[in-house]
Design a binder for this molecule. Sequence first.
Ligand code: NAG
Ligand code: NAG
Ligand code: CU
Length: 235
Amino acid sequence: MRTGFIAFLLSAAQIGAAHYTFPSFLVNNTLSPDWQYVRVTENHYSQGPVTDVKSQAVRCYELDSTTAGQAGVATVTAGSTVGFKASNTLGHPGYYSAYLTPASPAANSMSAGLGKTWFKIWEWAPTWSASTGLVFNNLNMDRFNFTIPKSTPNGQYLLRAEQIALHVASTNGGAQLYIGCAQINVVGGGKGTPAPTVSFPGAYSATDPGILLNIYALPAGFSGYKAPGPAVWKG
Ligand SMILES: *[C@@H]1O[C@H](CO)[C@@H](O)[C@H](O)[C@H]1NC(C)=O
Ligand SMILES: *[C@@H]1O[C@H](CO)[C@@H](O)[C@H](O)[C@H]1NC(C)=O
Ligand SMILES: [Cu+2]
């Protein structure tokens, strides 16, 4: 009986620990308080994922229409390292990426990022070879970081971080998208022309080969993970 009780507690803990949010923005080598610069997400309590890639939630997963105005705007120098710390260990195997969109009229406005204005600045994909199979070398971290391209033009942006968790992605709607958007003001930037651009929703289809994928039984002829969304803009 006692053993059964402990087993129940353990499985409950594992379920809770399975999911995550990205509440803390890392800038200037410093973690900011949860939700200071990251828009509070609808799953801030449940930590559950977005599973409909065509939903409005796939953009920034905000709690409600007041969320943008309640978060601050972090000043970030182009070329510097930024990142996100998760609320839990990033235990699910998956594909990570980060996108920027110019934010008009401002980063703390809900109408920022509604257009086909998002460009990818970073990704972290599983590797594959015939001998190793698909390898997720990004398991069990609690944070991830990357560079804001040096030639990003100055101005306010939304910085959207995402993990597409693939552990149950073998059925349509099975992939789990974990999302957070930081509000930033880029200074010290350049004259780059970011491209290609996409919209959210719009960038993904439920049947993209990097979203609908059985990672435990790869499709015949598989030759590597095909990332969803656009190519990375290198700046
Ligand atoms: C990061 O550093 C820059 C340059 O020193 C500074 O202007 C900016 O306010 C800092 N940002 C944050 C969020 O602390
Ligand atoms: C960025 O991530 C790498 C790899 O996880 C880590 O070694 C490095 O310390 C991180 N850098 C910052 C500024 O957090
Ligand atoms: Cu989970």
